[in-house]
Design a protein around this ligand. Structure first.
Ligand SMILES: Nc1ncnc2c1ncn2[C@@H]1O[C@H](COP(=O)(O)OP(=O)(O)OP(=O)(O)O)[C@@H](O)[C@H]1O
Length: 824
């Protein structure tokens, strides 16, 4: 046995030694491999790279790439990976779908591999993406390609379990995240540490660095170590020196393999546009879907509410193909599900906002239809780029424009986007208008969704920067509302505000006001017919179209109801909207400007002071809404009265102390008076009680002498007796003096003795059992409290005494009494 143990130990030791040796050998191999790879970096010539193998990459990365069928690097990959391995900062710009994700993931894996990064080293690489879906996609690609490496990767995006993420933060080596969530961890999570960060990547860098993420990104960058490698990628790369300076990039290598190409969009992408009236758009979309039932279609719309409405409506109309909708206000879980479903399915239509426009690599999308005009050329490129992706990808893009939006085509062509005008074959058009109207008349919820869609679209147009293309005055809102199935166009509250302010600024009755007045008059007429919708009346009152050709005055517009998208795409992004019209200096404009300022405590205090609101006061109201005077709050001292009258906000501590001291005197006096009054009341009550008792004594003696019948109220409570003696002797366990506790002592004889005296019981014998059980004496009168025991009041004895005393003189009676006392 011992021998076995010994041999066992020996073999264990041998094994350990073997493992140790193997590990040591492996480490040595790895070290020499790293050294070799690093020595090759300086000699890389991107032009000579044909396959990934030609790059000095680790075996783990090469195998990971090969396992996923990535053999030949794309142009951007060849160049970006080469320069990144050499440790350069990179500004990468390449067409959509050209493989930028691998262009930054491979350098990340290689850098950490060469630095022999372990789990204990913390966050070594940070990839920031503007949307959750894109972050998820990058994370998945990293998992696939880097599966042979030992690094840990983490996906940190909004809408996930923050606690779960927090705990694991210190074990992550490669962090893929969205800006908001990353900053949240930086601010709140003590486990988050990026002081060792080696490489920072911004995917869709221009979007990450634009107005929408400005403050968040600035805060993030401040928290990062300045000594690091930085890679920026996008199909529409920023070259803004300001942006680059923010990231401490002074001399980044600009990698743009397609810069000299004839087009900025993929060659295999067929692009066309149609021009139509606003009220034809929905019908054209419907017809398009009905004519492409066997295709995968992605439809971009301007706002979440439009997406929601179109999706809800088309689901009800049943086009004969799967429909999906993806927008920022959806719950995260739903977003993930929809994203995956669209990736998986091949005959499907997805309605989406620009949330899906950047970076998402949906496989095999046949058509991208831009239902609403894109904000700018960049947005067009990203949207259209959801199709014709990868090396062999093919696809078609269709842009729908209103007549006045056709100007964007010039911008597109100038930006090297080959797009041709086409027209719709009228024979293929199907109008669902009647059906839509009837659906809306039956379905209030759908009608409200339509109204919201209407308002959100109009707002989105209003917020657009390029006023040459997006001119709200050129929108036929009536026709647009009708096309959505709304007989009366909803009132657009912000337009009224806007028009009012512009009128005030002009000081004269403008054409605009005339129209607004006319519209309002019409809206009153229309209210009659729109009454079913009263819940939304406040926001969505019907008005007629505002077809005004006049130039808009500038209005610093910030409305709460702006359609919010992923990370407030629309709302925040338009912060820099610069309507090039003079600003009217009206009160309303100033207030609206103020609204944009952050509300500081000082500002709130000032507001309160202005409104003469008394702070730190409580007013109670009756149910009828009348204020109840709280006399406790009344001040008595002159000083306090003065203080209250003067003081409308803020606290002068010293004065307040003085006031309190003064008031304290009055409070003490008030307290003394109260105590006095209380004592007085107690005394009075005591007096009354005594009086009553004296009167009561008289009564008791009177009644006993009259002996109308025995006072049985002192008898014990039969309920209690019954309970205690278990039905056997329900009424026999108490005697006159007995209190409940004493009886529990169990002097049975006494109990039985009193049986005969319990006349009440006899009286109650006629009552039913239950009535007997619940009989209660009205009030116990304790005769013994008068010092005359019950037994001693013997009528015979009294008679005898009376007889004797009657026969005696006063002296004799006195003497007899003395004698009796003495003998006693
Ligand atoms: N070397 C490669 N060989 C084959 N396919 C590749 C290669 N690199 C990338 N791909 C594929 O090309 C598609 C697009 O890649 P990716 O999403 O990285 O493009 P992108 O340039 O980031 O696009 P976007 O500008 O839209 O974000 C993906 O499906 C990816 O798997």
């Amino acid at each position: 046995m011992k021998k076995d143990e010994k041999t066992g130990n020996v073999s264990d030791k041998k094994k350990k030694h073997h493992v140790f040796k193997h590990k040591k050998k492996k480490r040595a191999e790895e070290d020499s491999a790293i050294q070799y790879l690093q020595s090759q970096y300086s000699t890389i010539n991107p032009e000579e790279i044909k396959t990934f193998k030609d790059l000095p990459l680790s075996q783990k990365t090469l195998k990971g790439l090969k396992d996923n069928n990535y053999i030949t690097p794309t142009d951007i990959q060849r160049q970006a990976i080469s320069y990144a391995l050499q440790g350069k900062d990179i500004l990468g710009a390449a067409k959509t779908g050209s493989g930028k994700t691998l262009a930054f993931l491979v350098p990340i894996l290689e850098l950490l591999f060469c630095k022999k990064w372990t789990r204990l080293d913390g966050v070594g690489a940070l990839v920031i993406s503007p949307t959750r879906e894109l972050a998820y996609q990058i994370y998945e690609t990293l998992r696939k390609v880097g599966h042979l490496h030992d690094f840990s990767a983490g996906l940190i995006i909004g809408g996930q379990n923050l606690k779960f993420e927090r705990k694991r933060m210190d074990q992550i080596n490669i962090l893929i995240c969205t800006p908001g969530r990353l900053l949240q961890h930086m601010d709140e999570n003590p486990l988050f540490d990026c002081s060792q960060l080696q490489i920072l990547v911004l995917d869709e860098a221009d979007r990450c660095l634009d107005m929408g993420f400005q403050t968040t990104m600035n805060a993030i960058i401040e928290n990062l170590p300045p000594k690091r490698q930085t890679l920026l990628f996008s199909a529409t790369q920023t070259k803004s020196v300001k942006d680059l300076a923010r990231l401490s990039l002074s001399f980044p290598t600009y990698v743009a393999p397609h810069e000299q190409a004839n087009t900025v969009t993929p060659e295999s992408l067929q692009q066309s546009y149609i021009v139509c009236e606003i009220d034809e758009k929905l019908g054209i979309l419907w017809s398009f879907i009905r004519n492409h039932l066997k295709q995968k279609v992605l439809v971009f719309m301007a706002t979440c509410k439009q997406v929601k409405y179109t999706y809800d409506l088309f689901c009800k109309l049943r086009p004969g193909v799967s429909l999906l909708a993806l927008y920022g206000t959806l719950h995260q879980e739903k977003r993930e599900k929809i994203y995956e479903e669209f990736c998986r399915k091949s005959n499907v239509v997805l309605f989406a906002t620009d949330l899906a426009s950047r970076g998402l690599d949906f496989p095999r999308v046949n058509w991208v239809l831009q239902f609403d005009c894109p904000e700018n050329v960049d947005t067009y490129i990203h949207r259209a780029g959801r199709t014709a992706r990868g090396v062999f990808g093919k696809g078609e893009g269709l842009l729908m424009l209103l007549p006045h939006e056709e100007k964007i085509v010039d911008d597109l062509t100038k930006s090297k986007i080959p797009i041709k005008k086409i027209s719709v074959d009228p024979s293929k058009l199907q109008s669902p208008q009647r059906k839509i109207e009837s659906l809306l008349s039956d379905n209030t919820e759908l009608k409200q969704t339509a109204q919201r869609a209407f308002v959100s679209y109009v707002k989105s147009i209003f917020l657009m920067k390029n006023k040459e293309i997006f001119n709200i005055q050129l929108l036929d809102t009536d026709a647009y509302a009708r096309s959505l199935g709304l007989i009366n166009p909803p009132r657009i509250k912000f337009m009224h505000k806007f028009n009012k302010s512009s009128t005030a600024s002009n000081g004269t009755e403008s054409k605009t006001t005339d129209i607004i007045e006319k519209l309002e008059a019409k809206s009153v007429e229309n209210e009659e017919s729109d009454r079913t919708d009263s819940e939304k009346e406040d926001e969505l009152k019907p008005i007629s179209k505002a077809k005004i050709k006049k130039e808009l005055p500038k209005f610093n517009f910030h409305d709460d109801n702006v359609d919010s998208d992923e990370e407030s795409f629309l709302q925040v992004k338009k912060k820099n909207v610069d309507v090039d019209i003079p600003t009217p200096q009206t009160e309303e404009t100033t207030t609206s400007k103020k609204k944009t300022k952050p509300l500081t405590k000082a500002a709130v205090a000032k507001k309160i002071l202005k409104k003469k609101i008394k702070v730190n006061t409580t007013v109670k109201f009756t149910e009828d809404g009348e204020a109840i005077d709280d006399d406790k709050k009344d001040v008595k001292s002159e000083l306090a009265k003065q203080f209250v009258n003067e003081n409308v906000g803020g606290i002068d501590i010293e004065k307040a102390k003085e006031v309190l001291r003064e008031e304290d005197k009055y409070d003490k006096q008030r307290f003394r008076e109260k105590v006095k009054a209380k004592h007085k009341e107690q005394k009075r009550k005591l007096k009354n009680k005594k009086k009553e008792e004296e009167e009561g004594e008289k009564d008791e003696f009177g009644s006993s002498s009259e002996s109308d019948g025995p006072d049985l109220s002192w008898l014990p409570d039969p309920d209690k007796v019954y309970d205690r003696n278990n039905e056997q002797q329900p009424e026999s366990d108490e005697h006159a003096e007995g209190d409940d506790d004493d009886d529990d002592g169990g002097d049975d004889d006494d109990d039985h003795d009193n049986d005969d005296d319990d006349v009440d019981v006899g009286d109650d014998s006629e009552l039913s059992d239950s009535e007997q059980k619940y009989h209660r004496p009205t009030k116990r009168k304790l005769v013994e409290s008068k010092g005359i025991p019950q037994e001693s009041i013997n009528p015979r004895k009294i008679k005898k005494i009376e007889d004797v005393s009657a026969s005696l003189s006063v002296q004799e009676a006195e003497a007899l009494a003395m004698q009796l006392l003495k003998s006693k």
